[in-house]
Ligand binder design. Sequence first.
Ligand code: PLP
Length: 371
Amino acid sequence: MIREMTRLADEHDAINLAQGFPDFPAPAAVKEAAARAIAEDHNQYSITWGVPEFRRAIAATYARDYDMTLDPDTEICITCGSTEAMMATFLGVLDPDDEVVVFEPFYENYGPDSILAGASLRYVPLRPPEWTFDPDELHAAVGPRTRAIVLNSPHNPTGKVFSREELAEIVALCVERDLLVFTDEIYEHLTYDGHEHLPIASMPGMRDRTVTISALSKSYSVTGWRVGWAIASPALIGGIRAVHDFLTVAAPTPLQVAGVAALGLGLDERVRAVAEYRERRALMMEILRAARLDAVQPQGAYYVMADISGLGLGDDIATADRLVREAGVATVPGSSFVSRAEDGRHLVRFAFCKRLETLELAGQRLSAFLA
Ligand code: PLP
């Protein structure tokens, strides 16, 4: 649905607040590193699980940021984006008929991931305004066939950042019931207002039962590069590496080489990027308020779910359809992120990873349409 909304946005010349990709440039040093890597002939297959310098840079980054000690030779697999990392994890770690618990709303891809792996999903609701979960519902979702919990923090589509206490609840359950966690941390560097990202793999008891997934895509505004990674114990990464080998052989070599430069940008660049996202978030919230759309301010990532009940344009599909065709603003219907469509009928998702001018124009179009 997300990518279909992008297609419709292009068709109707609408501003694309549907798909989560920036309309501003990637950092110059990162682009130059990619051009240099191609000129220097890093143009052939890398070894399947990734360019060694890039894996070493990832290990150094996790040591610096999270005090996590990783062996770049035995615990990292570079993939084509976190999309492939999650798919390879489902295929490489699960057996058919296994069950996986996922919090909902959820990022769309986990459904197809489970279908392709022959696994099935069990859902635990996150409830607004804080998008919290009920620990009893989480416990009740775990059955005899449950192998793993999918975690995504900072969270798409709600912007929730799971707190240390919430993570501790999940850890306790995983240890008690011998479960794995597949954690999608692609928005790890985008948190606001003192909310901090804590990788669940760094918590006691979780190192060997976690597959940590992230990517260059969002942190460095290079969603088209298709470079991500999975981090797991040697026992788990073997299956992931094998699946990755047959899915894609390797991620793009020159862009992995440039990834070393991206990870080397340093903390100042990250602080600058977050400050800019904070401005975009403020403008997005102002636009939603002006349009009389109720929304909970996101704690992280770059999405916000807005309540469309007051607009009188119909359900989420009808509203998103009219917004893209008539207002010239593309969003994603809320039902794309939930297991039972009726739970998302009153919501649409806005992505605010756009220039301030783009967001301002989207705001003008929305108010003109709604007036
Ligand atoms: N995971 C989440 C939670 C996302 O929101 C997205 C993209 O929007 C992805 C994964 C896809 O990441 P990548 O481009 O690295 O495959």
